[in-house]
Design a protein around this ligand. Structure first.
Ligand code: G3I
Length: 514
């Protein structure tokens, strides 16, 4: 970590702010203090807030004991915002009382809410079998019903098949998908994709109502880069491709983190690296439904489980854009997997006892973030999609097949010099617009800053950009590093992106290092 004294002073000052203020600057990079000892926080929420993330819990109205507001600063309705409860067959809302109770409880306890969930093959209730237009109606109704009282919404849940195939599920709502050219994905301009169309609709509603709600995709068995035996985690890779392709609509990714001894559900050593690669796309990453089977460590119910919790929390803390952890329930006996005793408390009915796992999590949160200087901190908001890039008006059903993004095409990298830097661009294009993701790679020596120039074709303009400072909007344009991503170690990379109108096919970036 940088030893720049002014930076250290700034961080120390931030670290002394009250917890509520710290939550607002989620993702701030903290360094373990080398100065006088700061008193450890005694609740999960306070320790998490100090480290710049939320620590939440899944709850139902019957489980809103005082511990919820004392220990947690984020709440996810475990079942009460699922379509089976709140959706009618036409996408209208019904039975929102329990959800309201949870949102009100969260608000009065200064907790952030995650809406869970809109488009899901399970617990779909009357929405089961609905077409995209009806799904879009429901998405609009759910988003506007609670507005900014919901900070994050799981727009799409569990879209990918089990058993590490890397494929989409085949049951509804994925029966709406059409792979028009048969190339095995749903990313092409002639394809239909329920994920894409649901996120486009959600993003429109957010923009048209000036909401700050962030839109997430959530799944399980996507946590590590590999699964048991070191096999590539194809499900994680498939999720990564989806987020990368639809980055302009997706703000956050949920790794459910139901860890158990299923070969695809283990805690792998590359958990942090996988969190990092999603974070590098510019999305927030959350561990959304954490529970850890107590026999993962040779039936060591106490310390083994505690060590595993520590490992998972540390992986998140080590990535600045990992901005929240949520456990899937308060106590083992009240968990959906009670026999696996995967949570932080024993007991029930409001009378809870802390486990070794609780102490480990609290201790790890109190250590704060230790992040390498090249890791970018959370940007306050994900850059909005400009209204012109979301092709459908609010009341009309989904995007027409000719509008969606096409599969990423990577243009050749500029020649890699021995030192200095190189840049390559990956484009997602659709009729009338594109998103470019540019990867900047340092040569054989570290660099302290970079600037990437490229010339846009006639008619193309930059409408917004992220993780860089843009100069110019058409013709010859330039993107320079921002404060947190200028320094790149030899051979390492960082990414920035921009969105534009027109077409950017054939653009060739040139990188200059400083
Ligand atoms: O409320 C009824 C009760 O009246 C009835 O007597 C009882 C009989 O079985 O069922 C109760 O409803 C159960 C409900 O949980 C509330 O406890 C349902 O049967 C049961 O299916 C439902 O399970 C939920 C499960 O999702 C359904 O898929 C779990 O509580 C909930 O924790 C779980 O959450 C999911 C996430 O949404 C997505 N990720 C996986 C996670 C675990 O499966």
């Amino acid at each position: 970590m940088s030893s720049n004294p002014s930076q250290h002073k700034k961080r120390t000052r931030i670290a002394l702010l009250p917890a509520a203020a710290l939550l607002l600057v989620g993702g701030t990079v903290f360094v373990q203090s080398t100065g006088p000892a700061v008193a450890a926080e005694t609740t999960l929420r306070a320790a998490a807030a100090k480290a710049g993330l939320f620590f939440g819990v899944a709850a139902s109205p019957g489980r809103l004991s005082s511990i919820v507001g004392q220990e947690f600063n984020q709440l996810t309705p475990e079942n009460d915002m699922k379509p089976s409860t709140i959706a009618t067959s036409s996408g209208a809302l019904q039975n929102t009382g329990a959800a309201d109770t949870l949102v009100n409880h969260a608000q009065s306890n200064n907790m952030v809410v995650r809406g869970h969930t809109m488009v899901w093959h399970s617990q779909a209730g009357s929405l089961q079998g609905a077409n995209q237009a009806t799904l879009n109606t429901f998405i609009g109704n759910a988003l506007t019903r609670w507005g900014n009282r919901i900070a994050y919404w799981d727009v799409v849940n569990e879209a990918l098949e089990d058993n590490n195939t890397g494929r989409r599920r085949t049951q509804w709502p994925h029966t709406l998908n059409r792979d028009a050219n048969g190339d095995g994905d749903f990313f092409d301009s002639t394809d239909t994709d329920v994920i894409r169309d649901s996120f486009i609709r959600a993003k429109q509603v957010v923009q048209q109502n000036s909401l700050s709600t962030k839109l997430c995709i959530n799944d399980y068995d996507v946590e590590g880069l590999t699964v048991q035996g070191g096999t590539a985690n194809r499900k994680a890779n498939a999720l990564y491709d989806i987020v990368r392709t639809y980055r302009q609509y997706i703000d956050c990714v949920g790794f459910q983190s139901h860890f158990n001894d299923n070969p695809n559900s283990i805690i792998s050593n590359d958990l942090q690296a996988n969190i990092q690669r999603f974070a590098d796309l510019g999305v927030e990453v959350h561990l959304t439904e954490v529970d850890i089977d107590d026999d993962l460590s040779n039936n060591d119910i106490g310390q083994g489980q505690a060590d595993n919790y520590r490992k998972v929390v540390r992986a998140c803390l080590n990535v600045a854009r990992c901005t929240g952890i949520t456990v899937w329930g308060i106590s083992d006996s009240e968990s959906w997997r009670s026999s696996e005793r995967g949570l932080l408390f024993t007991g029930g009915n409001g009378n809870y006892q802390r486990k070794a796992a609780y102490t480990a999590v609290l201790d790890e949160l109190n250590k704060g973030r230790t992040i390498s200087p090249t890791t970018p901190p959370v940007t306050p908001t994900t850059p909005p999609v400009s209204p012109t890039s979301t092709p459908v008006p609010p009341t009309t059903p989904p995007v027409t097949p000719s509008d969606p993004p096409v599969s990423p095409s990577v243009s050749p990298s500029s020649p890699q010099p021995p030192a200095g830097c190189s840049a390559s661009v990956s484009l997602n294009s659709w009729t009338g617009g594109f998103v470019a993701t540019v990867r900047v790679t340092a040569g054989s020596a570290p660099i302290n800053g970079w600037s990437v120039g490229l010339t846009l074709p006639n008619g193309a303009t930059v409408s917004n950009s992220w993780n860089s400072t843009a100069t110019g909007t058409s013709g010859a344009v330039r993107f320079s590093n921002v404060s947190y991503n200028g320094r790149i170690a030899a051979g390492q990379s960082t990414e920035f992106g921009f969105q534009g109108t027109g077409t950017a096919t054939g653009i060739t970036p040139t990188c200059t290092a400083s």
